[in-house]
Every structure is written in structure tokens, then in C-alpha cells.
Design a protein around this ligand. Structure first.
Ligand code: SF4
Length: 335
């Protein structure tokens, strides 16, 4: 199921308890309900100013780590059979994993209905694009934090704007050559006071790439990052005005717009993210798998869930929802 459909379903079902009950029922019945976010490597070839990869202290505490092939196979066998979505590349750059198209094939082997891949596209050669298409990738999300070259290269240090455009053009061409509608192309734009106004020119530059989805989210505070101007409050009026225009443009082009307009400063508690974090999300990366207390090398997923009485835990939330705090959790709306 595609992300915008999940988001629409999420907004249709208003009750947090009902959503938790659904996740519990699906888990009991062995049905797919989880979203696996999977980083094979903890590293990135780019240093985006708004990302922890531009924070020297964070980098010192998080040296490069990678999962071995055998570890990936074990984790896939545990988590993929219950996954309704697999997203490869979540908090790091997946093209740094040597044979990254194989990860898509692995998801397909377990029949995960939707597989996404998030990348800065700097290492996405024409050959690798063809391999991702061949493996059956459903959607590729490309991080793009500037419309103009100067902004893009200033906010995404070490990335090259011409290389980005070449690789994106090669991907579009590889899809055409393979006569494939997949992967759908999603552009992810983290908006901040420096790159907001140039969003007005987004389609003048990117309109030629047959994009399926544009995703825009205001900057989130990720610690002591290179980019410091994270107060988006003074820009909310302009943001709303630009997003109104983009929304109309996307509609006329048949493009899905995913954006955060209701809670752009992340100041309101988000019940949907509580359900997501407690019942749906399964993050897998080198050094961390799902929960702090899960020693996945010694236990299986199934054994661990039984041990910690996971279902009872969910039932407890259904009976008594804890007070929710505001958090920097992004919740997109579909336009
Ligand atoms: S490309 Fe993604 S993971 Fe890498 S620095 Fe930028 S935002 Fe962070």
C-alpha cells in the first residue's frame, strides 16, 4: 500500500484506540501491518546542514557501521513477513551499501507489498537505476533541499547539483527504456528559511522529470547541526502561501503533494505518531533493531515479542492511553 493511501486511511480512522486495536488484531492473526525502516549502513556521503550528519559530535559518537549480508538475511526473515511496507534508507544513505538493489530483491522475496528507497541520488548511476527497476522497486524518494544550484550545494555539502540532475535524468531514461512505471519518483524537500522562497520555481526546474510525489516538510531540530536557523515561525505565512500555489500546481499535474501544514512547527502532540512508534514502526539499522531491549542476535522477533508480552503492552495502551507529549515527529497530510 502506498504511503499516501496509508496517510488517508490514518486520517479516516480518528480513534487512536481503534488503530492500536487494529495493529494488535493484525499481529495476532499474523497479518502484515508493520512498516520496516531499514538502514543497511550507518553513514552518508553528503553532509546536509539540517541533518545530524553535519554535527561533528554526533559523527564522533556514531562511527560508520554496516550490517553484514548474513545479518541482513536474518533480520529480513524475522521482520519482512509481517511488513506492509519496507523503506530502505531512512536515517542514512543506502547507496553506500555495495549491492543495494539486492535489498529490494530481498523484500520482494518476502512479498512485501510496497518497497521504497530513500537516497540523495549522488551515487545512483544509470546501471544501478536499471538494477533497481529490474528488482521491482516501487518508489524512490530523492532528497533535494534546494531548487537553485547555490542553495542545493550549500545546504547539501559534498553533493553536486549537476550530478544530481544527471542521475535523475538517467533514472527517468532507465524507466522509459524498461517501459516501467516503477519506481514512482518522490522528491523530498526539507524546507527552511533559506530555501523556502525558491520552492515557487520548483516546477520550472523539476517539471520535466515525471515526478509522482512532492513531499515538503519544515525543518526539524536535529541537534547541533551545521544549519542553525531552525525557527520557522516567522515564515509560516509565506510557507502557507507557497504551499497553496504548489498544491494547485500538483493537482493540475496529477502529482501527490505530501506536506505538513497543520503542525509545521511540531508543537502539537501527535497521536498518530504514538500509534506509529508503538505498534507499526520497526526500525532496523546497524547497532539498533526495533527496541533497546531487543537482543536480536540471540532471540528471534517472535520469541522477543512473547518474552516482553508485546501484545499485552499494546492492550495496555488501548485500555489506558498515556499522556502524549509534543514531539518533533513529522505527520504529513495528503493534498
Ligand atoms: S542525504 Fe539524507 S542522510 Fe545524508 S546528510 Fe542529507 S539528509 Fe542526512
Amino acid at each position: 500500500m502506498r504511503t499516501e493511501r496509508i496517510l488517508r486511511l490514518n486520517s479516516l480512522i480518528r480513534s487512536t484506540r481503534l488503530k492500536l486495536a487494529g495493529a494488535l488484531a493484525f499481529d495476532c492473526l499474523g497479518l502484515r501491518h508493520s512498516i520496516v525502516r531499514f538502514d543497511p549502513v550507518l553513514a552518508c556521503n553528503v553532509r546536509c546542514g539540517m541533518c545530524y550528519f553535519s554535527d561533528d559530535n554526533w559523527l564522533a559518537q556514531n562511527p560508520v557501521k554496516r550490517l553484514s549480508e548474513a545479518e541482513i538475511e536474518r533480520l529480513a526473515a524475522m521482520f519482512f513477513p509481517q511488513a506492509m511496507q519496507l523503506h530502505i534508507g531512512c536515517g542514512a544513505e543506502p547507496t553506500l551499501y555495495k549491492n543495494f538493489p539486492k535489498l529490494v530483491s530481498l523484500g520482494k522475496k518476502y512479498r512485501v507489498p510496497f518497497i521504497g528507497f530513500t537516497t540523495n541520488a549522488q551515487l545512483l548511476t544509470a546501471e544501478k537505476s536499471a538494477a533497481l527497476i529490474e528488482a521491482g522497486l516501487d518508489e524512490i524518494t530523492i532528497s533535494t533541499h534546494g531548487v537553485k544550484q547555490e542553495t542545493y550545494e550549500r545546504l547539501m555539502k559534498k553533493a553536486s547539483y549537476p550530478r544530481y540532475h544527471q542521475n535523475l535524468a538517467d533514472l527517468v531514461e532507465a524507466k522509459r527504456a524498461a517501459k516501467s512505471a516503477s519506481p514512482r519518483i518522490r522528491i523530498n524537500y526539507t524546507v527552511n528559511p533559506d530555501n523556502l522562497s525558491e520552492l515557487r520555481d520548483f516546477f520550472a526546474v523539476f517539471g520535466k522529470y515525471a515526478i509522482s510525489t512532492l513531499q515538503v516538510r519544515p525543518v526539524v531540530d536535529m541537534g547541533d547541526t551545521d544549519y542553525k536557523d531552525k525557527n520557522f515561525d516567522p515564515h509560516l505565512g509565506e510557507y502557507k502561501e507557497i504551499m497553496d500555489g504548489l498544491s494547485q500546481e500538483c493537482r493540475s499535474r496529477g502529482i501527490v503533494l505530501l506536506a505538513n501544514l497543520r503542525n509545521p512547527t511540531y508543537s502539537n502532540p501527535n497521536e498518530a505518531s504514538f500509534v506509529y512508534e508503538k505498534a507499526i514502526l520497526r526500525y532496523i539499522g546497524p547497532g539498533y533493531v526495533w527496541r533497546d531491549d531487543f537482543d536480536w542476535r540471540k532471540r528471534t522477533y517472535r520469541e522477543f515479542k512473547r518474552e516482553v508480552r508485546y501484545r499485552r503492552e499494546l492492550l495496555g495502551y488501548i485500555m489506558k492511553l498515556p499522556a502524549l507529549k509534543s514531539a518533533n515527529t513529522v505527520a504529513y497530510e495528503v493534498y
